[in-house]
Write a protein that binds this ligand. Structure first.
Ligand code: SF4
Length: 497
């Protein structure tokens, strides 16, 4: 049964869940996980339902928990639960969320555990009134600020770093709410794209470096009705609502939508933009436009560049679905080698499954992917994927392609080797577990049992993403764009032991 937490919902008493239920991680430990997705709307008679639709489109950014908070000018209601958006928000549950303002969140935990209490939006009663917040990213000075706030008497409901922002707002000396929010955002460091809601206002902001995406859209009002404003982590969330893309929320910008209209202010300036390039490589949906360009276009160019840099004689280009598909199409177009879906992904694999009693080798990967034998048999295959993390999954996939009869398997990766962990909202293993941090490309090739292995160059990846010096590439270069305030927390994760 789906466990839910109700806060401020008319007619339902708030009950703190007795268990700290955690949902099992996906069974592929070699996969990188999306961080979170956020969405907001101002104002719509079916606000909860519209945010539900946006979260549905953002489900790929987090599958552990989801939540929606609504406001009707007086009350602020919040319902969140563990699991997928469509499982938590049934028709009956959505009807318990009144109001024409809403924010929503879908989560994969990167800090804090995955318990229901840490699901978002987080709703906090503060000296500035009721506030709900939904956050995508990771703060890098979390420990320092949390300790400072606790000394000042703050009591935290969750272990999530997102609550830090709300507590800073509550403890700010600023006299207006918008000043308190700007004050709060200027004290935290790291990656954050946030949406916030009070009883009658919506706020949207990005960190000064613009690590994570956040876009603004508009549903044009009909017959003289005012326009409806929407915000979402990715523009693919606008399409179901027939909202048009207006612009990105700028790095260091705080946007407020209220009964008085839209206002914008820069709470931080002069910090260079370092948006996460891995959003273009892997996380974001290809039908989204983020950081000013279409993800589909970047990925196809990565594939083309990869073919130019490390072409190999072959009979067929095969993507590792789903995220390798667009780069593989680019590789095939550039190289002239035919493309086909030689691996089929089962999209209906749930979080739990019954394993056969007799152990099956590489069972987890086989459950997800299956080879198309008549396409692969006797062929020289170029397999295109977006990354190698520990190397174990790549080895299993290559074995699978070989066991289907492939004569040769050449693995091509549409980004450079992942050599450093991410501290900005992407769940990466520690450095000691990243195969490329501790092995040469030849050693990795031999471990994964490929006939050849090549990665896209750093310059090639940047060029494919528009050639602008506006990206964080730290997981490939180790050049982190922030200072390490909480160095004690960061160093163990960086250690190679
Ligand atoms: S370290 Fe990598 S995954 Fe993390 S923000 Fe930078 S580019 Fe993105």
């Amino acid at each position: 049964m789906t466990e839910r937490l109700y806060q401020g919902v008319p007619g339902i008493e708030e009950t703190i869940p007795s268990s700290r239920t955690a949902i099992a991680r996906e069974h592929d430990p070699d996969a990188l996980h999306e961080e979170c997705g956020v969405a907001a709307i101002y104002t719509h008679p079916e606000a909860a339902r519209q945010v539900y639709l946006m979260l549905y489109a953002l489900q790929h950014r987090g599958q552990e928990s989801a939540g929606i908070a609504t406001a009707d000018g007086h009350h602020l209601s919040n319902i969140k639960g563990m699991g997928l958006v469509a499982d938590i928000f049934t028709e009956e549950v959505l009807q318990k969320l009144p109001g024409n303002l809403a924010i929503g969140h879908t989560r994969y935990s990167t800090t804090g555990d995955s318990a229901l209490l840490n699901a978002q939006p987080i709703r906090v009663e503060s000296t500035k009134g009721l506030i709900a917040i939904a956050h995508n990213g990771n703060l890098v000075n979390l420990g320092t600020i949390r300790a400072k706030l606790e000394r000042a008497g703050a009591f935290f409901q969750t272990t999530s770093d997102s609550e830090i922002i709300v507590q800073l707002i509550a403890h700010s000396n600023a006299t207006t709410l918008v000043d308190a929010i700007a004050d709060s955002l200027s004290q935290v460091d790291g990656a954050f794209s946030v949406v916030m809601m009070t009883r009658d206002r919506i706020f949207a902001a990005r960190d000064p470096r613009g690590f994570r995406p956040l876009s603004m859209g508009r549903i044009v009002g009909e017959d003289g009705a005012p326009d409806v404003f929407v915000f979402a982590s990715e523009t693919c969330a606008f399409d179901l609502l027939r909202a048009e893309y207006v612009r990105d929320v700028e790095p260091g910008e705080l946007v407020m939508v209220s009964p008085d209209g839209i206002t914008s202010r820069k709470y931080s300036t002069g910090v260079p933009q370092t948006s996460c390039i891995f959003e273009h490589v892997y996380f974001a949906r290809p039908d989204s436009r983020i950081f000013g360009r279409w993800v589909q276009e970047s990925r196809e160019k990565m594939g083309r560049q990869l073919a130019r840099e490390s072409g190999v004689p072959a009979d067929l280009v095969v993507p590792v679905p789903d995220s390798g598909v667009t780069a593989a199409l680019g590789y095939a177009a550039e190289s002239g080698i035919p493309f086909n879906f030689g691996l089929i992904r089962n999209h209906y694999v749930g979080r739990t499954f019954i394993e056969p009693e007799q152990r099956v080798r590489d069972f987890g990967v086989k459950l997800k992917l299956n080879p198309v034998r008549n396409l692969l048999a006797g062929k020289r295959i170029v397999l295109v994927d977006d990354s190698i993390i520990r190397g174990t999954t790549s080895r299993k996939i290559i074995r699978m392609v070989r066991s289907a009869g492939a004569k040769e398997v050449h693995l091509r990766i549409s980004c450079p080797p992942t050599t450093s962990p991410c501290f900005y909202g992407v769940d990466t293993p520690r450095k000691k577990d990243l195969i490329a941090a501790n092995n040469t490309i030849d050693e990795i090739c031999s471990f994964i049992e490929a006939d050849s292995l090549a990665y896209l160059s750093l310059d090639g990846m940047l060029e494919a993403c528009g050639g602008q010096p506006m990206f964080c590439t730290a997981c490939y270069t180790g050049n982190y764009p922030t200072d390490w305030v909480d160095v004690d927390e960061i160093l163990p994760a960086m250690a190679e032991i």
